[in-house]
Design a protein around this ligand. Structure first.
Ligand code: SF4
Length: 341
């Protein structure tokens, strides 16, 4: 696809969603946007967000992730420099034998070759196999329409050559289960049938699926209705996991008020408040004895407006408890938190 068309698509999404953020065009192209470590029940996770051209969809109303990306194209040589940066990072080198999972993102779709180079992706796989000898899972964030199963099969073959026989996980943003909230209000552009088709295609290869959900992603939704949507999502993912015999992880993000979005406008007019963390615990505890795992995202990635975070003064203890849940999947922690008012 030519670069002009890609830029036009990004602008169209931005305008359709009435966004007002600017892009991160001054960022050093040889350095990822950010990278950090997370602890989960699967072990140590390295999360890397590469710097590339912005998400081509760009329409989701509450999302300003593209504001950390570049408006223009970032070529494969620059992304290869970013990969070299990751694998020479002293913390990555020091912890390389402990890293069990790597999640890669570009705040858009890694499988969209118009914004993220295929050459760079192949180089990344090679570096992964060489450097991380205990890697169990590689997770790749993408919109489903960019998933090409021939490409995935090739990647899975390459990963299987690694010492740890690394498995692939496809991570997609689902955001809300309710179809009207997800597609009419949030403008996700994702149908359940499209998602189920993806899971059905992934199943024979044993690929895992990770689904990002947002608790209370739009204005006009009460705290209780937001909890119910997540509970329904847990039930839905559990059914899909059992039907297709695919391992599914729900990554539950409490919504923050992202700068330069219509959610910010609603927040400034007192028409929206982010969810409370006790309500997030209340929603997630519905996952007890279900066949899916749940990870609660606790970072606003520095993208929130002032006062628009789901983290409020005095939340330190509850955050520590939720992190403990992430490491253990111990639902007694959520039961205890859910009793708080
Ligand atoms: S949520 Fe994902 S697909 Fe939607 S605009 Fe943001 S980065 Fe793009």
């Amino acid at each position: 696809m030519d670069r002009e068309t890609v830029s036009r698509q990004i602008n169209t999404g931005f305008e359709k969603a009435n966004k007002s953020y600017s892009y991160n065009d001054d960022h050093d192209k040889s350095v990822p946007i950010e990278m950090w470590f997370q602890e989960s029940d699967e072990g140590l996770i390295l999360f890397v967000v590469f710097y590339s051209q912005a998400c081509r969809w760009s329409q989701c109303t509450g999302c300003n992730l593209p504001s950390k990306a570049c408006q223009g194209h970032v070529d494969y040589k620059a992304i290869i420099d970013q990969i070299n940066y990751v694998f020479s990072d002293p913390e990555v080198v020091r912890r390389r034998d402990s890293i069990c999972k790597v999640i890669i993102s570009n705040n858009g779709s890694i499988f969209d070759e118009a914004t993220f180079s295929s050459t760079a992706l192949m180089y990344f796989l090679a570096q992964l196999n060489i450097s991380l000898t205990n890697l169990q899972i590689l997770t790749i964030e993408t919109r489903p329409e960019y998933v090409d199963f021939a490409e995935l099969e090739f990647m899975a073959r390459a990963l299987a050559e690694s010492e740890a026989n690394t498995q692939l996980e496809i991570a997609i943003g689902f955001e809300a289960l309710d179809d009207e909230i997800r597609n009419d209000i949030f403008k996700k552009g994702l149908s359940r049938s499209g998602f189920e088709e993806l899971v059905g295609q992934a199943a024979p290869y044993g690929y895992r699926i990770k689904c990002y959900f947002m608790q209370k992603p739009v204005p006009g939704l009460s705290d209780d209705a937001a909890v119910d949507d997540i509970k329904n999502a847990i039930d839905y993912l559990s059914q899909i996991s059992e039907k297709f015999k695919v391992k599914i992880n729900m990554h539950l993000n409490p919504t923050f008020v992202a700068r330069g979005t219509t959610l910010e406008e609603a927040f400034l007019k007192n028409e929206y408040t982010p969810p409370r963390l006790v309500d997030v615990a209340r929603a997630a505890r519905h996952g007890r004895d279900k066949p899916i795992s749940i990870f609660i995202g606790l970072s606003d990635e520095g993208l929130t407006v002032e006062g628009g975070s789901f983290i409020r003064d005095g939340d330190e203890e509850i955050i520590a408890d939720l992190e403990q849940f992430n490491r253990s999947q111990n639902y007694d922690i959520l039961d205890w938190l859910a009793q708080k008012t």
